[in-house]
Design a protein around this ligand. Sequence first.
Ligand SMILES: *Cc1c(COP(=O)(O)O)cnc(C)c1O
Length: 221
Amino acid sequence: MTDSIASRLAAIRARIEAATAAAGRPAGSVALVAVSKTHGAAAVEEALAAGQHLFGENRVQEAQGKFPALRPAHPALRLHLIGALQTNKARDAVRAADVIESLDRPKLALALKDAMDKEGRRPGLLVQVNTGDEPQKAGVPRAAAEAFIAACLEEWALPVRGLMCIPPAEGDPRPHFAALRGLAQRFALPVLSMGMSNDFEAAIAEGATHVRVGTAIFGGR
Ligand SMILES: *Cc1c(COP(=O)(O)O)cnc(C)c1O
């Protein structure tokens, strides 16, 4: 058994396809976001060499340090920002990201709108929902989610493509994934980013279109 990034990627891809088939969903309908936070550019290059082009990063600054230099040689590279975002980083985020998955409050929505106007660049957005209503966690509270999504789409005309969640660390994640799917269906949003190293198969069973996997590909942090 080898323990390279390439072999781990292959194993994760196989598990994604098996879970997709088991759920009766079309092959290739779940995208893998390889979460490279804390791992250096060499690890990202190893993944790129293994055919992985979609990456996730938590911090704008870390993403800026790694990805712009890789883009010219890898035009298919796509970057999702998945971490809590401060409004004063909105402009950097709009510049760096292809998708921002952590839209969770009106102030950030307005900052992103302003940044998109100024940059002339419109990365896709996902609304992060705090499905467990955990006080320490980012994401719009469940009770406020519908009104917030509606405002993003209608009032601010933001390019919201879907929803993202991180279920509580303890307990069964599936009800959280199912709740996120139900919410996305109400707005006909196609993208569901849910599932990480420990629970991506359950997320695929509940309709994930994107799974965000870090540790199982790049190792511990
Ligand atoms: C770190 C992180 C992941 C990846 O988590 P692993 O357990 O390492 O797979 C996924 N989503 C978000 C938002 C993260 O911060």
